[in-house]
Design a protein around this ligand. Structure first.
Ligand SMILES: [Zn+2]
Length: 247
């Protein structure tokens, strides 16, 4: 039976069986299917795909696969093919916003520390994450491939690294966030933005030594947590430096 030819490029090979990586795959076509479903049958989430060529022509996810099709699938970040080509999805407004899956709390904290707008809560279910991503045009960061298969999630990224610091660097690199970083402008607990606050209005909340030694305070506009340039600041600055140094 005549089937199709399929090839995944660069980072998309992370998702497929080793025997199929970086080679032309000959695959049978038993039923009608969209190219999105065909790609995802190889466990590649649609959110990782940036361009699809069928028989040399650019197509979108709805393309109905035909016998004899020669399908080439590319990830984001392949600059050599991006010049002037229409994208599969509209470009997101900057600064980029994220929603982080429940098992990536430290990644969310690190990105907030660097000033990135990251919604995260440890009891968000998949439905909630998908809905918020769609309503607020937020990029889903997850290690759950099945979450990224949902159609309403247009923007997502499967985080490869295991360690939070490496994960943070991976996300900064993938979305080229270095020029958007604004460290210490956002609350790491709740994602609220900091504003300067008059010491007089919060004096009653300060410990005696803090009150004595510090004059400048920031307060989270959302949870009202107070920050000042105390002893923990050096540690935070070291962490910020480590996170925001490109690899
Ligand atoms: Zn807060």
């Amino acid at each position: 039976m005549e089937g199709i030819k399929l090839r995944f490029y660069q980072s998309l090979n992370d998702f497929i069986r080793p025997a199929l990586r970086y080679v032309e795959i000959n695959h049978p076509l038993h039923r009608k299917t969209s190219v999105k479903d065909m790609i995802e049958s190889f466990h590649v989430p649609h959110t990782e795909v940036e361009y699809i060529f069928v028989n040399g022509k650019l197509v979108d996810f709805s393309h109905a696969v035909q016998k004899g099709d020669d399908i080439q699938v590319y990830p984001a970040g392949e600059d050599w093919i991006t010049a002037g080509l229409p994208r599969l999805r509209p470009e997101l407004p900057t600064p980029l916003k994220f929603i982080v899956d429940v098992n990536l709390g430290k990644l969310a904290r690190n990105l907030r520390l660097l000033g990135m707008d990251c919604r995260y809560h440890n009891d968000y279910g998949d439905d909630t994450i998908a809905r918020i991503s769609s309503e607020e045009q937020r990029i889903v960061l997850t290690r759950d491939r099945s979450l990224l298969r949902r159609k309403i999630i247009l923007y997502g990224y499967y985080v490869r690294a295991d360690l939070p610091v490496t994960q943070t660097k991976e996300v900064l690199r993938r979305f080229d966030l270095y020029s958007q970083l604004q460290p210490l402008t956002r609350c790491t607990h709740c994602n609220g933005e900091f504003g300067e606050v008059d010491k007089k209005t919060i004096e009653h909340r300060l410990q005696p030594l803090t009150k004595q030694h510090y004059e400048h305070f920031l307060m989270c506009s959302n949870c009202q947590q107070i920050y000042w340039q105390g002893g923990h600041r050096a540690n935070l600055l070291n962490l910020i430096k480590a996170l925001s140094t490109p690899v």
